[in-house]
Design a protein around this ligand. Structure first.
Ligand code: NIG
Ligand code: FE
Length: 456
């Protein structure tokens, strides 16, 4: 972590990598009073601070050993860079520093996709067709479709099949600038398949440049074996599955689908408290369709995040603000479900709720893999500003997955995960629709996407 003023003096060691002349760098660094960047990360951005992405014009980043060692206007960073001083003196450049000229492009932190259902098999395009004729999400689930359709395909798929599917999806997400991603189980709903999904996520994390954070979501739906017995199913999850997940350290978080017709507030509380007793931090799918009190429960438990929230009550939002629960908003789901009601991002920001964004990538309600498209929806459908949406998709999203201050931010001491976009400003990021503006992606200072092609 950089000490205050540390970057003002010339550095003694060469950088491995220099990004120079970005037309804008959207750092998403934490700000103190008066908009001054802070060296210490203080928590997610709240209220008006969310709307300031800490933009540096004609920006540069210096990287050494995968970590950002300097950041600022290009001229200043170069003046502190030993390679360039040596060049001045000797008239020849060092060959050890790789230089990436980002002239005309905007550089932002790698996106943090804080809510996905990455690991599954099968396709549910038939449900999309049914929805076009007016079928509703919960009706499809009650009729044995929805999550339960994916359940069957995922139970039947082998570990390797699931791994290959997950790796293919991660490649697409990386090409769209995601460098950290949360992945949930919840398409197994039995011991073997829940463990299989989480082990696949771990193997995918080992093989792929994207950093994957795992969440156990055994309480995603009631499986056919426990039809009409959600209490018995929660008992089973708590007694049989949770100890195995925790014992193998397969997840950091525990999530439940707290929704009318799925799991009640009481059942959700029971599951999440048991998860906490096993060291898993609570998260909720809360108040997506009906305001049944999921946001209030998130506040009561001090959950890390409550997600969806399109139907959250004002009292629920206040309880989240009070407890510092991050709201992970998922406009891609509302878009796919052709919903008229998106989450009230503005009200949450005004109330001081930390607001983050994610794709909710899953086979039923959100085929969205691009965080940049989520930023577009946040602006066009929820009235967020481009800089609010960027900070919500990076710095704040990191807090929703336990990576606050380490991912989703460009500052000295942070991992060198960043994305080069072919747009002339941070404010232009939401206005590419139907095209991917991401041209280059760096993870830990290594270029993993080059000119829109995978290069890892
Ligand atoms: O976040 N809402 C519940 N779970 C997922 C949907 C999963 C599915 O339909 O397969 C979601 O939207
Ligand atoms: Fe979800």
């Amino acid at each position: 972590m950089g000490k205050k003023g540390a970057s003002v003096r010339p550095r003694t060691e060469l950088s491995d990598l220099l990004i120079i002349h970005a037309v804008e760098l959207g750092t998403c660094r934490a700000l103190g009073g008066g908009g001054m960047p802070l060296d210490e990360e203080r928590g997610p951005r709240l209220g008006p601070d969310l709307g300031c992405a800490g933009v540096i014009e004609d920006g540069a980043i210096a990287v050494r050993d995968g970590v950002i060692v300097d950041i600022g206007p290009t001229e200043e960073v170069l003046s502190r860079e030993p390679r360039w001083q040596a060049e001045d003196r000797a008239g020849s450049a060092s060959s050890v520093t790789e230089v990436f000229d980002a002239t005309g492009k905007t550089v932002v932190p790698g996106f943090v996709d804080a809510h996905t259902h990455l690991v599954y098999a099968g396709s549910r395009h038939n449900e999309h067709v049914m929805r076009l004729s007016g079928a509703k999400y919960l009706e499809i689930l009650e009729a044995g479709g929805g999550i339960l359709a994916t359940l069957e395909a995922t139970r039947n798929a082998s570990f390797d099949e699931l791994l290959q599917l997950a790796l293919g999806r991660l490649d697409i997400m990386l090409l769209h600038g995601t460098t950290t991603l949360e992945a949930k189980s919840g398409y197994g709903l039995d011991i073997d398949t829940e463990l299989k999904q989480l082990r696949v996520a771990r193997a995918a994390c080992d093989e792929h440049p994207i950093d994957i954070v795992s969440t156990f979501m055994g309480a995603h739906a009631v499986p056919p074996e426990f039809k009409d017995d959600p209490e018995g199913y929660i008992d089973f999850m708590i007694a049989e599955v949770l100890p195995k997940v925790a014992g193998e350290e397969l997840a950091e978080f525990c999530d439940v689908f707290c929704e009318e017709g799925v799991f009640s507030v009481e059942q959700s509380r029971r599951m999440l408290v048991a998860g906490m007793e096993h060291g898993l931090h609570p998260k909720l799918h809360a108040d997506e369709i009906y305001p049944i009190g999921g946001a209030e429960l998130a506040g009561e438990l001090g959950a890390v995040s409550a997600d969806h929230l399109a139907a959250a009550s004002r009292a629920g939002m206040e309880s989240m603000a009070q407890a510092g629960v991050t709201a992970v908003l998922l406009p891609g789901t509302m878009f796919t479900l052709m919903s008229e009601k998106y989450a009230d991002a503005r009200e949450m920001i005004n109330l001081g709720v930390p607001v983050a964004l994610a794709t909710d990538y899953n086979p039923g309600t959100s085929p969205v893999m691009s965080m940049q498209f989520v930023i577009t929806l946040a602006c066009l459908q929820m009235g967020m500003t481009p800089q609010e949406a960027l900070c919500a998709a990076t710095a704040n999203a990191a807090y929703a997955v336990g990576r606050g201050g380490r991912a989703g931010v460009l500052k000295i001491g942070a991992a060198a995960d960043f994305v080069v976009c072919d747009v002339p400003s941070v404010d232009a990021l939401p206005f590419s629709v139907g095209v991917n503006p991401v041209t280059d992606v760096f993870v830990g200072g290594v270029q993993v996407v080059t000119d829109r092609m995978l290069s890892y």
